[in-house]
Ligand binder design. Sequence first.
Ligand code: COA
Ligand code: ZN
Length: 302
Amino acid sequence: METVWIRDVGPRDGLQNQRQILSSDQRLQLIRSLLKAGVSAIEVGAFVSPKAVPAMAGSDTVLAGLAGDVGEFSVLIANVKGYELALAAGATRVAIVVASTDTMNRKNIGMDTTQAFAFADTVLRRALADGVHASCYIATAWECPFEGPVPTSSVQRQADALLNSGAQEIVIADTIGAAAPAQVASLMRGLGQQLGSERLACHFHDTRGMGIANAYAALESGIRRFDASIAGLGGCPFAPGASGNIASEDLVLMLNQQGYDTGISLAGLAEASALARQLCDHPAVPKSLRWIQQQRDKGALS
Ligand code: COA
Ligand code: ZN
């Protein structure tokens, strides 16, 4: 059975956009429930300005709390200072964020695109020397909330530049959930041919209900690495119109039914999902969850 790698970004992308700010202990509880479900790659926090994203303050405490746990724990960083703080806190995996357009870069990280890519280049080179695994998000890769549709050619150029700087992986992100499956297939096929699909991942938001269709289009285009968020929590506070990520429950179920192995237990995800919704006081339920719960209650899921 072919494997698909899934990283749950709920403890970062999910929590950064909730009304409820969780304590480090609550964040650890959520991360451990994901580990228990078999999710081995998790974005556990962000080393960004606590004024910009209050919910991610204390990510150093979260990392310290995970010192005895086994997993691929990444943290988001948005400037060189964030990289240094992450390293000091013991991070071994960082996820750098840059966006495809000037306005989004300015709104998100206070830099224009040239400055953002210079920051990424600096950190990627340092990460290589430091033995830190560094992936890089290209946010708003299909559409920017400020500048509109993004030309494929600029994302291709940007992804190529980031790989040349030493990125281990490029995460192509539909930050506001505006892409449609044909656009996803077109960009991901092109990037896969140009750069090799094994170095690419996709990150979809479900604003228009097309998240799973987009994930399927990427899968059919050769992508085998995806972000998703427990309970579909998520969104960028600096991208107007951004809503939750594709739910991990929906993605894992789709992949299972398509015959892929993710190493993740649906019954375990149902537990983690209930915890996430309870901690965040979040009413939305992923589409697949009712069916998953019924199967679990019948004892049909492990
Ligand atoms: N961690 C903690 N504090 C930081 C920091 C970091 N990585 N980078 C900067 N700061 C602090 C500075 O020390 C300074 O503090 P002060 O006001 O007490 O002196 C303040 O933030 C402003 O610093 P400056 O360098 O001028 O940054 P900025 O105001 O241009 O903001 C970012 C730049 C990157 C820090 C900010 O835009 C940010 O955190 N963005 C978050 C992006 C994000 O997480 N988006 C969602 C996910 S995609
Ligand atoms: Zn996101």
